[in-house]
Write a protein that binds this ligand. Structure first.
Ligand SMILES: Cc1cc2nc3c(=O)[nH]c(=O)nc-3n(C[C@H](O)[C@H](O)[C@H](O)COP(=O)(O)OP(=O)(O)OC[C@H]3O[C@@H](n4cnc5c(N)ncnc54)[C@H](O)[C@@H]3O)c2cc1C
Length: 529
């Protein structure tokens, strides 16, 4: 949560308001056994903060959390962070050109308001644990119950009957870990199958780490290679419908499931939808763990939680000591109220345009100087979201700089630009692999609008966002900025013309006269047509 404060005649300052008491975001909250990234660590990190010391290809939660903590310490962000401070509301004041931001001290529940020129919503998409509405009665349960994102390390699972609801990325990571102990009896309640690929995990040798640290460009080239391979997977797996590559991928993954899971589960475990429609799971030995005598799968729909355990739609009650929800996250900011220039809240704005949408997942019309990280349609199903967030940050900084330098007061994306961009996004999505199944990427509305995925390679996202087109934004109080920009453009054009003239003069000294050069170029052009 980043806000820039407005203090007249003072330099602007950045404040990070964080509702919890430490850094790390999801990597602070998710401490379940086996928690880790499913993108190679060298790419699941900042391009400006490469880390030669990642211990293995896929990093674990403690390592990723330590990585973010170290960045926070190195850049002295402690002096700019207010912990235990939840942003509960922000309202744009068009006259003063600031947001009035309401903050709540999480410990004392006291509130205060601060003004900010720029309001940056960097609350992530995965901080609010989601409990499915069709599994009511949690309070009735006599045993212990928790969500995977709030792991209860104080509860000893030894000798317990544990019900795990869900088989997405989190469930698939911790089921193999908790079931390593044969006294823990795990029943995994699932309702839809997932595509899985083997997790080719390996540790980096100390020599490799030394090379990464000391030999120039090697680590960056290695990172670029991981990036390029992911992009390649986008083109073969995600970019069209029912392509040869997709069918081949389905065959390969089906074979993997057949050869790894117990035969009695195989038919139900192989999905009918194309891979990628839901996030593909990088299998941390989940399929293998299903073969353990203390692990079983249950496909019967759940009716609700009762005192003794889980009641199924068939009326059967499965007695349990512990229930763990591995049911993902609520993607909408439930508590937070952001009000824009027209007095509408962000959620009302989203409702008026058919669901969460933004320009480059970053900015929204009628909300000046408001930016999001990981906003609507930002995630790549195949890639590191850190990359897309960096792209968004670079874009937003180009708009924030004039505000900080006081050459402009606010920027707001134009409605026609926003609409055109989102029509394009939804058109591409409708022809993509993501339209073939219900997933957390899509709203549970009639049209099942996909609000999470950017339907393209991340290189395309970078290309679209790399440079702000200022004509796409409405600017207020930007006369000085516009003047400077025009001046800069004139200087660039003049400089280019001068450079061309110098080159021409140099060439003519060498006997290449300009008219003959033009004639030569024309001849070449005519020949090639
Ligand atoms: C278990 C797990 C594994 C994942 N693995 C991968 C992966 O391998 N690859 C990948 O690309 N992505 C992965 N993701 C997605 C992941 O969310 C992002 O990669 C990354 O965390 C985004 O960072 P962020 O800082 O934007 O958001 P977050 O990490 O979610 O941080 C947001 C912060 O904002 C704070 N906050 C929220 N609301 C408020 C408020 N109102 N006021 C103040 N503070 C607030 C939260 O407490 C949190 O600290 C994973 C997610 C989870 C949950």
């Amino acid at each position: 949560m980043v806000v820039k404060r407005a203090d007249a005649d003072q330099p602007h300052i950045i404040i990070i308001y964080e509702k919890c008491d430490g850094v790390g975001g999801v990597w602070r909250d998710n401490t379940y056994p086996g928690c880790g990234s499913d993108v190679g660590a060298h790419w699941y990190s900042l391009s400006s903060e490469l880390n030669p010391d990642w211990t293995s290809y896929y990093a674990t939660q403690p390592e990723i959390r330590a990585y973010w903590q170290s960045i926070w310490e190195r850049h002295d962000l402690a002096s700019r962070t207010a912990f235990d401070t939840e942003v509960v509301a922000a309202e744009w004041d068009d006259t003063a050109q600031v947001y009035h931001v309401t903050l709540e001290d999480v410990k004392s529940s006291t509130r205060r308001t601060e003004d900010a020129n720029v309001f940056w919503w960097a609350a992530g998409g995965f901080h609010a644990p989601f409990y499915p509405e069709d599994v009511p009665g949690v309070k009735e349960f006599r045993g212990e119950v928790w969500h995977s994102a709030r792991w209860r390390h104080d509860v000893d699972l030894r000798g317990k009957r544990v019900g795990v609801i869900g088989n997405g990325c989190s469930g698939a990571q911790f089921v193999p870990k908790i079931s390593e102990d044969p006294s823990v009896r795990v029943t995994n309640f699932v309702r839809s199958p997932q595509w899985l690929v083997p997790r080719n995990q390996f540790k980096y040798w100390s020599t490799t780490k030394w090379i990464f640290r000391h030999v120039p460009f090697v680590m960056r080239a290695y990172r670029a290679m991981i990036f390029a391979i992911s992009e390649f997977y986008y083109f073969v797996g995600f970019s069209g419908e029912n392509t040869v590559a997709q069918r081949k991928g389905m065959d390969e993954m089906s074979n993997y499931i057949r050869s790894t899971a117990p035969p009695e589960y195989v038919d139900q475990l192989i999905p009918k939808y194309p891979p990628g429609c839901k996030r593909v799971i990088i299998d941390p030995q989940y399929l293998e763990s299903l073969g353990r005598p203390n692990v079983s799968l249950n496909w019967t729909a759940i009716n609700g939680v009762v005192e003794e355990g889980l009641e199924l739609k068939t009326g059967e009650v499965v007695p349990l000591d512990v229930i763990i929800f591995a049911t993902g996250f609520s993607l909408l900011p439930a508590r937070m109220k952001i009000i824009g220039r027209e007095g509408k809240s962000l959620l009302e704005f989203f409702d008026s345009v058919g669901g969460p949408s933004a320009y480059l997942g970053l900015s929204v019309p009628t909300f000046p100087n408001f930016y999001m990280c990981l906003g609507p349609n930002t995630a790549g199903g195949h890639a590191s979201v850190i990359f897309n967030e960096e792209v968004q940050i670079d874009h937003a900084l180009q708009l924030i700089k004039p505000v900080v330098r006081r050459t402009a007061r606010s920027f707001e994306v134009r409605t026609d630009v926003f609409t055109r961009y989102n029509e394009w996004i939804q058109r591409r999505l409708s022809r993509s692999v993501w339209s073939h199944c219900q997933s957390y990427y899509r709203m549970r509305s009639a049209d099942g609008r996909n609000v999470a995925i950017f339907p393209g390679p991340v290189t395309l996202f970078w290309w679209l966002a790399r440079k702000v087109k200022f004509e796409d934004y409405k600017a207020v109080g930007a006369e000085r900025f516009e003047k400077r920009r025009r001046g800069k453009r004139v200087r660039t054009v003049t400089g280019t013309l001068l450079a061309l003239l110098l080159v021409a003069a140099g060439l003519s000294r060498l006997g290449w006269e300009l008219p003959s050069l033009v004639r030569y170029a024309l001849r070449l052009g005519l020949k090639s047509t």
